[in-house]
Design a binder for this molecule. Sequence first.
Ligand code: MF3
Ligand code: CO
Ligand code: CO
Length: 267
Amino acid sequence: MAISIKTPEEIEKMRVAGRLAGEVLDHVAPFIKAGITTAEIDKICHDYTVNVQGAIPAPLNYAPSGYNPYPKSICTSVNHQVCHGVPGDRVLKNGDIVNIDVTPIKDGYHGDTSRMYFIGEPSIQARRLCEITFECLWLGISVVRPGGRIGDIGAIIQKHAENNGYSVVREFCGHGIGAGFHEEPQITHYGKAGTGPVMEPGMIFTIEPMINAGKAGIREMADGWTIVTKDHSLSAQWEHTVLVTPTGYEVLTLSAGCRPKPDWIKA
Ligand code: MF3
Ligand code: CO
Ligand code: CO
């Protein structure tokens, strides 16, 4: 299957879904404090998505082949959890870092975004990891343009992560997105510039680097979903959904409360 080029009508629907995804994270942000459980965060996001936005949380019952249906509406990945953390009765405490990943479906189209949140005051090291990972996301976005290659994205992300002493998770990637949750192409967060598919206007995909403070290795937990670092080092992730435009890129998952692009990274 080739990489789909979205029509103007589809792009408009993806703009709406993307904004809604950002707004779920804006809505839940003030609740993410010491003492809340990840299941409570899930419920707040679920209820807002369904009852306020009239949208559907894509993760709920999502069942790619080889997986049991995902039991919750969002992913909450704490500390050494890399991604796909399943919300439950874990209570967040001072010093934790947590990634919240949401994917509402509106009018048949998906918006996919995630951010890191601090509980109280995490260590300097934890905050630095989140910062560098945020820069990795935006460096990846900054090379999106027609005629560029998908490998350009992973190359710039890997360089920044490794220059700062971190490692890039290999097993999970960004992905094409639209009417489908995970479409072609795969966007690896490592690789070689000038390789891979050519970017064309109308392509839409996510960039979602998972960066580990220690080694790159990961393991799956017994729940069949939650991914953790093998060496128990901290891991961080940020995600946006991005459109290739005739002149560069448009980030579809921006919202009023999202962190802006670092200004040293080119627009
Ligand atoms: N939102 C994740 C992504 O960025 C996918 C989560 S799938 C789930 O691709 F089933 F774990 F929710
Ligand atoms: Co994604
Ligand atoms: Co996501």
